[in-house]
Design a protein around this ligand. Structure first.
Ligand SMILES: [Zn+2]
Length: 669
């Protein structure tokens, strides 16, 4: 899901109007104000280790999830393969669906029931969603009342030669449905379920699906089996709109039946191009498969002349197949222009209405560049196409599909396109639990987006400049005491703070880890290892923390605790500078202070009377024996120390910069 521009703007206004709660000296604990000698003495330890450096308490490693952060020797996850059929009724604005789910139990447990997500039921009267959110808010349903009408839920039992279908008992629990299996599902066995249903398509589907005139963006449209995992058993958090999806992997066979005049974009490779596309369109697609520039597959003129569709009345079925995906969605419109290009044989498509063409002309190339950037840097893109799809949904990701609204300019469009495409890595490839740990996809994705943005439009600032912008925002939010811990479920974060807490703050955390703590080589090796180890799997935060430490080679309890688990503040200060001069030699003692709970590395610049400067860098671990104070001695010959400035280039986060300078701050060049 996108971080809408309006969120950050609103937030900036909010921050500006909030009283700046800046850590005043009076509010500090006595030990920090006392004399250096006293403050340097550690407090007697009467309680458990509460230091920011104390070992983080993580779940004990086991045979499923190892101590190194890699999947254990007996790691398992269940598999969900679907055959999906959808028919769009544009007059009634309904989708009628049928599915066959082959659900394979790879857990060590026998399952007697399965939970399925029935997320359209978020739009039922009296649903939790309607009670938690404003109707016209981002995650509300806009007053629409709908939900599933489920016709059949059956299990296929018996032998392949003589199958029998048994109706199954079911019970609803908010946006989930439990189905009692006809036969217990033993470890290693597969259950085959068949369901049929229909629902009316909401116009505003809580910002994740919906319709606009003749255009439909269809997601959360079929009952999807919930994840049964080794961490929590069945994951049964309801769908409220804010927390996204946690789903198992499998292969999907999708058939979408729409009026013949419609063009369909979907998860999966198109299987029946000869039936649904014209000869000209197929030739253009073949050309695009060999081209790194954009080929117009369907133009606005062809839409207008009526030559964009095969000459056929009635309905037409589009068939798609996808391997190793956690979801399948589709979009359909009679007004889609279609652009295509490719990178290493992977197709990059853009579908958009002529009214959006001004900037969407670039979308296929933006998509191509996005998969190239993330593939080259982190992990290769595994699927046959990526599709940017224009419609009413303001930024939402599904396997191979990125849904976006029209945008103010190409920069704004790229920010959303590359964000939704970045989600192909987190969480479509690395299948973390979005409803529990939103930061593990939104935060990681926001971080990798800074590389794509800096690469595509360097005139708007390079990657470091993008990261600096995010860092300043987080610092302002901390100064206004509006920040919260990152590692909490999204449904417990106020909607107006979601952008900072789940997107920007974790992104800044990774950026600090890369630039200031681990260094680029160690960070990149560890982050790539995390992506590769957990590709098509379900990592938890502990798996991430452990992988980063084990591969990068640093204990980071203090970093995870300060940046992800707690909402520690950060305030370094120059506590004192003592100078003793003898002849032309000065003995200088600099005491650095740390006045909040969080610790970060120290960056300081010394400026001398002869105009020269010296940069000091100390790792955060220098705070480990005394998290309040750190002293260093220096000897300078033939020059006078004029100033000491902490974090002069603003590479860290600091909620009170007034105490960062000793002496005469050097004039800025
Ligand atoms: Zn997102």
């Amino acid at each position: 899901m996108r971080l809408p521009a309006r969120t950050s703007l609103a937030l900036a206004a909010l921050v500006a109007s909030a009283p700046a709660v800046i850590g005043s000296f009076a509010a500090l604990p006595l030990s920090a104000q006392a004399s250096p000698r006293l403050a340097a003495r550690p407090a007697p330890r009467a309680v458990a280790d509460t230091s920011i450096f104390a070992p983080l308490s993580l779940p004990a490693p086991n045979e499923y999830r190892g101590a190194s952060g890699a999947p254990g020797p007996r790691y398992w996850q269940n598999r969900a393969d679907y055959v999906l059929r959808a028919t769009l009724d544009t007059a009634a604005q309904t989708v009628e669906g049928a599915l066959t789910l082959r659900y394979t139990n790879r857990s060590p447990d026998t399952l007697r029931f399965v939970w399925l997500h029935t997320e359209q039921n978020a739009f039922r009267s009296g649903s939790l969603n309607t009670l938690v959110f404003e109707e016209d808010g981002r995650f509300g349903g806009g007053g629409f009342r709908g939900g599933y009408t489920i016709a059949t839920v059956q299990q296929v039992v018996g032998t392949p030669g003589a199958p029998r279908r048994v109706d199954l008992a079911r019970r609803d629990q908010e946006t989930l449905m439990a189905v009692d299996l006809a036969e217990p599902l033993a470890p290693g066995r597969t259950a085959t379920l068949e369901l049929a249903w229909r629902f009316r398509v909401p116009e505003h589907g809580a910002d994740r699906m919906g319709r606009d005139g003749a255009l439909y963006e269809i997601a959360q449209w079929y009952p999807r089996v919930a994840v049964y995992d080794d961490v929590r058993g069945w994951n049964i958090e309801p769908y409220l709109g804010q927390g996204e999806f946690y789903l198992d992997y499998g292969d999907i066979d999708l058939a979408v039946t729409v009026p013949a005049g419609y063009i369909v974009a979907a998860t999966g490779a198109l299987q029946n191009a000869a039936e649904v596309l014209t000869v000209v369109q197929r030739a253009r697609l073949a050309a695009a498969a060999r081209s790194d520039t954009v080929v117009r597959v369907i133009t606005a003129e062809e839409l207008e002349r009526g030559t964009a569709r095969p000459r056929q009345a009635g309905m037409l079925t589009w068939r798609f197949r996808a391997k190793n995906v956690r979801d399948a969605v589709w979009a359909a419109s009679p007004d889609y222009q279609w652009d295509a290009t490719s990178w290493k044989g992977i197709m990059a498509y853009a579908y958009y209405r002529p009214s959006a063409a001004a900037h969407w002309h670039d979308a296929a190339d933006q998509s191509r560049m996005s998969i190239m950037e993330y593939s080259e840097r982190w992990f290769p893109y595994p699927w046959p196409h990526i599709s940017a799809v224009e419609g009413p949904i303001s930024g939402m990701e599904y396997p191979m599909i990125a849904m976006e609204n029209r945008s103010a300019d190409v920069y704004d469009l790229f920010n959303v396109v590359t964000h939704e495409i970045g989600h192909m890595w987190f969480p479509m490839i690395v299948g973390s639990n979005e409803r529990q740990y939103m930061w593990q996809d939104e935060g990681f994705n926001t971080f990798i987006n800074t590389f794509a943005e800096g690469r595509r439009y360097p005139e708007r600032g390079d990657q470091m400049a993008r990261a600096a912008e995010e860092r300043r925002l987080v610092e302002q939010v901390m100064m206004a005491s509006m920040d919260g811990p990152v590692d909490i479920p999204p449904d417990r974060i106020a909607p107006d703070m979601l952008g900072v807490t789940a997107y920007v703050k974790p992104s800044v955390g990774l950026q600090l880890l890369r630039q200031e703590v681990l260094g680029e080589a160690a960070f990149d090796a560890a982050f790539k290892a995390y992506t590769a180890r957990w590709a098509y799997r379900h990592p938890t935060p502990a798996d991430f923390y452990r992988t980063m430490e084990n591969v990068a080679g640093r204990r980071l309890d203090w970093f995870w605790r300060g940046w992800f688990v707690e909402n520690a503040r950060f305030d370094q200060a120059v506590d004192s500078v003592a100078v003793e001069t003898r002849g032309d030699t000065a003995a200088v003692t600099i005491a650095f202070g740390n006045r909040e709970r969080g610790v970060l590395p120290i960056r300081a610049r010394l400026t001398f009377s002869d105009g020269t400067t010296q940069e000091l860098r100390y790792p955060a671990e220098v705070w480990s024996t005394n998290s309040r104070r750190y002293e260093r001695q220096f000897r300078f010959v033939g020059k006078r120390l004029m100033s000491v400035e902490l974090d002069p280039d603003h590479r860290l986060v600091d909620v009170d910069r007034r105490n960062n300078v000793w002496g005469q701050r050097p004039p800025r060049s």
